[in-house]
Design a protein around this ligand. Structure first.
Ligand code: BES
Ligand code: MN
Ligand code: MN
Length: 459
């Protein structure tokens, strides 16, 4: 591995320059204004993959944004690793809260500041550079396939079909993903669970136009009031979700499992101060770590209606809306939860308004094994570079493709992420530590090495 380290040291600056180029492309999948940029990012990834030594690279068209494919097959008898990542990013709004512009990457306080630096361009690019490293030093003993998509941040609508149509091409032994976070640099970790998602929109309509709030106020249902009242009925005083049937399938953890979770290093005071909140809040009877991992959650993501401009306008809005997401845990099912939500919302709607509910996107929760050859290889790889055995822990975020890989390809995933929860992903001033970027590039080759060794032995 010495040649590998030498190669990394020698090429660090170039690796960063290349990543910066990618970060400069505003590949925001949610906003059609950036359509050309998203395509440009796809081609950028493809050509860098090819330069790194991947073969059969292709920008594969889909009904939405393309999926970038590339592979390096070294030995028929060796195991095959399918690397997944995404080159699309979240919208950068609100721009005015960025200290430096989101698509002009800079290094500040030892971190790369740019939209997508941590989620997921920086983490995905580590894998391309690790491939270059392994091929340049001739140490790669696994077959590698890359599948990098451009619609992750908008629900991966085209990915399922692509996977179904390309089962042969994507055949592998395990999926490797860096799109999650470490507990901290001092406490390396491997993510072994992700929450699912049901994302809903609720629209409440009252009168056929905005009304004078003096002439009509008190006699006509106000959609903004009604929507707020309905949202208030989604949780009880213990912050439990009141949707009937919501918890029916929730997998309750054993006392031993919860005791193990309590061992995960977590500093509540640091958590509060980093977020600038006077206190935490959540379901009664559960710790903060449990609330963000093994317990479901329900949050309003956006709410609007009526007059929000300068000064006062006396008006009863004609309509009001909210986007509401629910994070799901094993063995809840996204479609079922969305249906239960709709039924409940409609049941609590007063007869004075009309309510429309739609489901925007969803994804299933997943737990990945800790007793597999691939997990042991990932654990040993991180131990080699962090000097500490990584802690398996469940994350609260969602990557809907992970359960889909299980269902469609029969493949388990290794969620070896190198970000930090404090990277401000999806927020202004997203950043990714230089240390994290290079640690990732350093750790990935160890994974391939140990996986090839252990895989051979387990046969
Ligand atoms: N990389 C994140 C998911 C993530 C982040 C998992 C940190 C664990 C720790 C991913 O890009 C993401 O943002 N996913 C979305 C879901 C998607 C369907 C829009 C999410 O979790 O909101
Ligand atoms: Mn991501
Ligand atoms: Mn994301």
């Amino acid at each position: 591995m010495d040649a590998l380290h030498a190669y990394l040291e020698k090429n660090k600056d170039r690796f960063l320059e290349e990543l910066f180029e990618l970060l400069k492309i505003p590949s925001v999948s949610a906003d059609p204004a950036f359509k050309d940029d998203v395509f440009e990012a796809a081609e950028f990834v493809r050509s860098r993959l090819e330069e790194a030594g991947a073969e059969n690279t292709e920008v594969c068209p889909t009904e939405g944004y393309p999926i970038v494919y590339g592979e390096k097959m070294v030995d028929e008898s060796a195991p095959t690793v399918l690397v997944y990542g995404h080159y699309d990013v979240q919208p950068a709004d609100p721009y005015e809260l960025w200290e430096t512009p989101p698509f002009e990457p800079v290094i500040r306080n030892g971190a790369i500041y740019a939209r997508g630096s941590s989620d997921d361009k920086g983490q995905m690019y580590m894998h391309i550079k690790a491939l270059e490293l392994m091929l340049a030093t001739d140490v790669l003993k696994c077959n590698v396939k890359f599948m990098i998509e451009g619609e992750e941040e908008v629900g991966s609508a085209s990915l399922g079909q692509f996977v179904k149509d390309n089962k042969e091409r994507l055949a592998a032994d395990v999926v490797l993903i860096s799109d999650t976070a470490l507990i901290s640099m001092e406490h390396p970790s491997i993510t072994v669970g992700l929450r699912g998602l049901s994302y809903m929109e609720v629209k409440v309509t009252g009168p056929n136009r905005d009304l004078h709030s003096g002439i009509y106020g008190g006699a006509v249902a106000n959609p903004a009031n009604v929507l707020s009242e309905m949202i208030a009925q989604l949780k009880d005083d213990d912050k439990r979700i009141r949707i009937p049937g919501f918890y029916d399938r929730v997998d309750e953890l054993s006392a031993e499992e919860r005791a193990a979770m309590a061992e995960i290093p977590f500093d509540l005071e640091a958590f509060k101060s980093e977020l600038g909140i006077p206190d935490v809040e959540g379901e009664k009877g559960y710790s903060t770590i449990e609330r963000t991992s093994i317990r479901p959650a329900l949050d309003v993501n956006g709410i609007w209606g009526g007059y929000t401009g300068e000064g006062a306008k006396t008006v009863i809005p004609s309509e009001a809306s909210a986007k509401i997401s629910m994070r799901l845990v094993p063995h809840q099912r996204s479609e079922e939860i969305s249906a239960l939500f709709e039924k409940y919302i409609k049941s609590i709607a007063p007869p004075s308004v009309r309510v429309e509910v739609s489901s925007l996107h969803g994804g299933e929760p997943v737990v990945t094994p800790v007793d597999s050859v691939a997990y042991r290889a990932a654990s040993k790889a991180m131990e080699s570079t962090f000097g500490k055995k990584p802690i398996p822990y469940r994350s609260g975020g969602s990557i809907p493709i992970v359960p889909m890989f299980e269902e469609l390809l029969g493949l388990k995933s290794i969620l070896m992420g190198f970000g930090l929860d404090t990277d401000a992903i999806h927020s202004p001033n997203e950043h990714f530590g230089l240390i994290n970027f290079f640690k990732g590039i350093e750790t990935i080759p160890y994974f391939y090495r140990y996986y090839a060794e252990m895989h051979g032995r387990s046969k």
